[in-house]
Write a protein that binds this ligand. Structure first.
Ligand code: AVI
Length: 403
């Protein structure tokens, strides 16, 4: 049985909100290819609300106030927003599989995607406001300066945002579009959390009366094939979250983005750059201890979901820069020898004193290393936008060899 996972707050700013889950997502386990049926279903539904598709069993949400809906060619109102659910597997199944692999590996590990339950998302929001954590502020200010140029070349079409968190960055882009009120733009956020999608889109629909929204409830590491292939696309992946992927995982993800891009499409990616080590390490060892609490919270997630008996008080937070790998590594260090039971896996895990669990990698890039990452995935950097010290950057990339 599923335990009751607390829901992330709707207003969470986590850029990994694409990896936050909700109980309501689990009821739709069918993973059917997009058939076009969903479109017909939505277009013929007069009103707004949730509807279970009688054929696929998936639910669709038709949102918006039809009194302000857009009209189609025949003069009938068309809802401005629609959500489609493509989730294929459950949170707890994924967690069980990952914890079994992670607790039996030589270097014990827990994937960082499991940080973001309700408490973890709240702590991450606090991290983003910490004086030591420069990334969120820098990225916003870089985007503020870059959005005019980005939107001038994009013009209109589909604005796809992977793991949006809030509507802040999409608003900046839509404000900078050549046409007012979101005219000609369909905003397509992709996220496993329906509540995060709702949070990211409600305000936008209110603010931009000509904007259309297609929310894709899905995992952006697997479900990008469901993004409609039509017109021009601007794909965004903000927050430096690409740095939380190992190289093979980043390659897979970037290749799947490249796979949905056409000749004129662009992909804007936020990258945290290599910088003086004390600055980097301070960002992950804040004086207020928020990052330490965020790190330890992952054990509470495993306890709650799998019935484990980790004692977070017996683990210490450690974060340091690995110069060879150019990445921050976050660990939980066992302060004493202990055994931890994980009943759902029928597993007992022994820890020696000082043994660690790797909970996160956060890669830091140079222009060269980022260029290599993109080109290995078939992408070419077209433009860089950064702050004067180049502590953070937005790379605007295209599909290599296409234009
Ligand atoms: C989401 N991600 C980009 C953050 C990072 O900096 O790697 C997560 C984080 N971990 C600790 N502090 C913030």
């Amino acid at each position: 049985m599923w335990s009751d996972t607390p829901r992330p707050t709707a207003a969470s700013t986590s850029p990994w909100c694409a990896l936050r889950w909700r109980r309501s997502n689990r009821r739709n386990d069918g993973h059917l290819p997009a058939s076009g049926y969903e479109n017909n279903y939505v277009a013929s539904t007069p009103g707004s609300g949730r509807f279970n598709c009688p054929v696929t069993g998936r639910y669709l949400y038709v949102g918006g106030d039809l009194s302000r809906a857009m009209l189609n060619r025949t003069g009938n109102p068309v809802p401005r927003s629609e959500f489609r659910n493509y989730l294929s597997s459950g949170y707890r199944d994924d967690l069980a599989r990952d914890i079994l692999a992670g607790m039996t590996a030589e270097q014990k590990c827990i994937p960082s995607r499991y940080f973001y339950d309700a408490r973890g998302s709240q702590l991450f929001e606090e991290i983003c406001r910490l004086p030591e954590y420069y990334q969120t502020r820098l990225e916003l200010s870089i985007l503020h300066g870059a959005c005019g140029a980005i939107m001038e070349s994009f013009g209109k079409g589909d604005l796809v945002e992977l793991g949006p968190g809030t509507d802040l960055k999409a608003s900046k882009l839509i404000d900078a579009a050549p046409e007012p009120e979101g005219e000609g733009i369909c905003y397509i956020p992709v996220d496993v959390s329906e509540s995060a999608l709702a949070a990211a889109t409600e305000g936008l629909l209110r603010r931009y009366p000509r904007l259309r929204v297609l929310g894709i409830v899905g995992d952006f590491t697997r479900d990008l094939g469901y993004i409609p292939a039509r017109g021009k696309k601007l794909v965004t992946f903000f927050g430096g979250t690409i740095g939380n992927f190992t190289d093979p995982a980043a390659q897979r993800m970037l290749r799947s983005v490249a796979g949905v891009m056409g000749e004129d499409d662009r992909f804007v990616v936020g990258l945290d750059m290599v910088k003086p080590v004390p600055v980097l390490e301070a960002a992950y060892n804040d004086a207020a201890g928020v990052t330490a609490a965020f790190n330890k919270n992952i054990l509470a997630v495993v306890n709650r979901e799998l019935g484990a008996d980790f004692d977070p008080g017996r683990f210490e937070h450690r974060a340091g820069f690995n110069r060879d790998e150019e990445r921050i590594e976050m660990h939980l260090v066992a302060s004493a020898a202990m055994a931890v039971g994980i009943p759902a896996l029928d597993l007992h895990v022994a820890f020696e004193r000082g043994e660690t669990i790797l909970t996160e990698i956060s890669r830091k890039f140079t222009r060269e290393s980022a260029g290599r990452l993109f080109s290995a995935a078939g992408l070419t950097v077209e433009r860089w936008f950064s702050d004067p010290k180049e502590w953070f950057a937005l790379a605007e990339v295209s599909r290599a060899g296409l234009g």
